[in-house]
Design a protein around this ligand. Structure first.
Ligand code: TXA
Ligand code: MG
Length: 329
């Protein structure tokens, strides 16, 4: 049984103790819920991979409470790392740096045996309280089964992982709704590996030479962030991405094929005759509601979900990325 804890100082203390003893605890961050275990212990980290059904070649993000702690886990701290950490930590940015070898550090299982480690200082108060109480770095991928939709509530976590993890700290809905942006500062120039919750323009303002090529993975190509394979964030339902004006006709076509179809849109029809979730027309508002909307349509029993494509432009890059992945395969 997975225990669901409502937030209190005592609950955070118990969750930290469970992590210290090698357990698996899901917790809220400002982006999505993470599935945490101590990053300095091989058995604990292997348990994350087992609970998620995650391929062992896909490394994890290691969360710490302070910039200095992150630095201590890195073998090198380039200028871009210092600038990005100063600007965005605590917050929804992950930095890939060279991993420091040696006792007390991050175990090889967390980095998939590689020479680099992904580090993040989250800003969510519960995540920070948990990290401080645990006094160990916490490896935490999104708290979903591998390839399922990321969780933005404790209910979403339990939908995929009930009975497979020890606890979930229920901190309500996460604010940002999509995962952290990932920047690899071991390369020169530094490279964006994943579009995410920090707007691209904000990162590029600090790192004007930022290489964007690695964040776009063409079909069949190996991703620089191994988890960014095409089919990802995929709901059980079939997802069709269509121009905004074509949603209703696509739903109708799918239904005439016998599918139960729902839709995710940016502007409401007066009264659609299909399950429809309308998300805000601004990129941050849209991102905040996206995964919850996909979960809702999946839970409504839709076996096909039609999504109105997002607008062009840098501000929508992270949303377009997640929609493309949801509809791939
Ligand atoms: O917002 C987030 O980042 C959430 C919360 C829980 O912090 N975490 C998250 O973790 O999204 P996950 O495991 O779902 O995605 C981590 C991504 C994967 O694509 C993985 O391949 C990449 O980070 N990654 C991790 N370590 C890496 C490394 N050393 N080099 C390159 N990519 C790495
Ligand atoms: Mg994930």
């Amino acid at each position: 049984m997975t225990e669901r804890l409502t937030i209190s100082p005592d609950a955070v203390e118990r969750a930290a103790e469970r992590i210290r003893r090698g357990g698996l605890v899901a917790f809220p961050t400002e982006t999505v819920y993470g599935l945490g275990a101590r990053a300095d212990d091989s058995a604990s980290v292997r348990a994350i991979f087992a609970a998620k059904g995650r391929p062992p070649g896909n490394p994890l993000i290691v969360h710490v409470a302070a910039v200095d702690t992150a630095r201590a886990l890195a073998a090198a701290w380039p200028e871009e790392a210092a600038a990005l950490a100063a600007a965005f930590w605590p917050g929804p940015l992950t930095l890939v740096v060279r991993r420091r070898e040696g006792a007390g550090g991050v175990v090889a299982e967390a980095t998939a045996g590689g020479p680099t480690v992904a580090l993040r200082v989250p800003t969510h108060p519960i995540a920070l309280a948990l990290l401080r109480a645990a006094r160990v770095p916490i490896a935490a991928p999104s708290a979903n089964r591998s390839t399922a939709i990321s969780p933005t509530t404790a209910d979403h976590v339990l939908k995929g992982l009930d009975g497979r993890i020890d606890m979930v700290l229920d901190g309500g809905s996460t604010a940002l709704g999509i995962e952290s942006s990932i920047v690899d500062v071991t390369r020169s120039p530094a490279a964006l590996l994943r579009h995410g919750a920090v707007p691209l323009t904000a990162i590029a303002a600090l790192v004007p030479t930022l290489d964007l090529g690695a964040a776009v993975v063409a079909e069949g190509q190996r991703a620089a962030a191994p988890g960014s394979q095409e089919r990802h964030y995929a709901p059980r339902a079939r997802v069709r991405l269509v121009p905004a004006g074509a949603v209703a006709s696509e739903v109708a076509a799918l239904r005439s094929d016998g599918c139960s179809a729902g839709a995710l849109e940016r502007a409401a029809l007066a009264s659609p005759d299909y399950p429809s979730v309308v998300l805000p027309g601004d990129p941050a508002g849209y991102a905040a509601g996206l995964y919850a909307a996909l979960h809702r349509l999946e839970d409504a029993g839709c076996d096909a979900i039609v999504i109105a494509a997002a607008p062009e432009g840098d501000a929508w890059a992270a949303v377009r990325d997640r929609l493309r992945r949801a509809s791939a395969g």
